[in-house]
Write a protein that binds this ligand. Structure first.
Ligand SMILES: C[S@@+](CC[C@H](N)C(=O)[O-])C[C@H]1O[C@@H](n2cnc3c(N)ncnc32)[C@H](O)[C@@H]1O
Length: 352
């Protein structure tokens, strides 16, 4: 998957292939505005409003209390981006965008778009990161009011792939206990518990995360009628006792990119001890491309993103499998998620 100049006609396609299109200009200015208009559409409530039905620009402005002329400009740009449709003077969510931008959709990305405001600030550190080699440590540097956006943004992304994660994880027969390390909103645990009626889960996350994630989890549990089956535990996965022979599944989603090799090796070893015989540990991560360009443009961008925003960066399947092997676990073949390109599962089982 690439992000960039996409021709909209045959002549444009031909010019693009001659190399005469100033792509750095279009991709930088166009990319900047494309990103920001999506963020604004989410923040100002345009997508949520239009999810209820088509409206004239003046009606959108009146309902949102925004300036009519400027609102019309933004709506027009969003039509250009194909997230809105325009018909007989009225604006509506484009049919293909509805599943991502309707707040009622199970795959709504609105909360993720709002976290872009924080990521916008993160990217301002890129040049300094390259000059000094010092990345951001988001869990230390995130301001208090941003933790809610972070947790809601993560929940929004989990909706894309949780079903596939559950489907592709070999869960031990009669599994009863799951630990979700750095599990935040807990949607993956909720999804496992929905499929396995005997299963209950504990989500271990930092206190600042649990405070914001608790209402998100409560809402999902109520919707699924799974109240009491998934609970939060505020703590620190690097310091807390994870238990012994306690869990059938330990899930670690998008966490190991925050820690260096020695820390992850130790974490996986402690997880291995905490598993029951036959239990599985699942490391879900953005997979580091083996060579520049190998994971495509998105793989390279994600590699840069995690290098900038976490103290360690992404890992390869082989590196994660090595932690599992040295912890005495039996390593499974890597799984690449179809619903989340670039993200994979490295699963291992504690011998029975
Ligand atoms: C990128 S989010 C991933 C959330 C969730 N697992 C998912 O995949 O959607 C990383 C989570 O790990 C948590 N975390 C970071 N360091 C931690 C630690 N030392 N112990 C427990 N949780 C931690 C963060 O608070 C955050 O909720």
């Amino acid at each position: 998957m690439r992000i960039g100049c996409v021709p909209e006609s045959l002549p444009e396609w031909m010019v693009l292939h001659t190399g005469n299109v100033p792509t750095p200009l279009l991709e930088s200015l166009g990319g900047l505005l494309l990103t920001r208009q999506l963020m604004a559409g989410a923040k100002l409530g345009i997508f949520s409003l239009l999810a209820t039905g088509p409206l004239f620009a003046g009606e959108v402005a009146a309902r949102l209390g925004t300036a009519p002329g400027a609102t019309e400009k933004l709506l027009g740009a969003l039509v250009g981006a194909r997230v809105l449709a325009f018909d007989q003077g009225r604006f509506a969510l484009a049919p293909l965008a509805r599943c991502w931008l309707d707040p009622e959709s199970p795959t709504s990305l609105l909360d993720s778009l709002l976290f872009r405001y924080d990521e916008w600030r993160f990217t301002e550190n890129l040049e300094q990161f390259v000059q000094t080699g010092r990345p951001l440590d988001v869990h230390r540097e995130l301001p208090g009011e941003a933790w809610g956006r972070y947790q809601r943004g993560m929940r929004s992304l989990a909706g894309l792939s949780a079903g596939e994660v559950v489907q592709r994880t070999p869960v031990p027969a009669a599994a009863r206990a799951m630990l979700d390390v750095g599990g935040s909103h807990g949607f993956v645990s909720v999804s496992f518990c929905r499929k396995y009626p005997a299963l209950s889960a504990v989500i271990l996350d930092l206190p600042a995360a649990v405070e914001q994630a608790a209402p998100i989890l409560a809402r999902d549990l109520a919707r699924e009628k799974l109240e009491g089956r998934v609970v939060h535990r505020a703590g620190n996965a690097l310091a807390d006792d994870l238990g012994r022979d306690a869990w059938d599944i330990v899930f670690v989603g998008q966490l190991v990119h925050h820690f260096d090799d020695a820390t992850n090796r130790d974490l996986v070893k402690r997880i291995a001890h905490s598993l029951r015989p036959g239990g599985v540990v699942v490391l879900q991560e953005v997979i580091r491309p083996a060579a520049p360009g190998e994971g495509g443009q998105l793989g390279a961008l994600m590699d840069l993103y995690f290098a900038l925003t976490s103290t360690a960066g992404t890992w390869s399947f082989q590196e994660m499998a090595d932690w599992q092997r040295s912890a005495g676990l039996s390593v499974k073949a890597p799984v690449r998620l179809r619903t989340a390109p670039g993200i994979g599962l490295q699963i291992a089982r504690r011998p029975a």
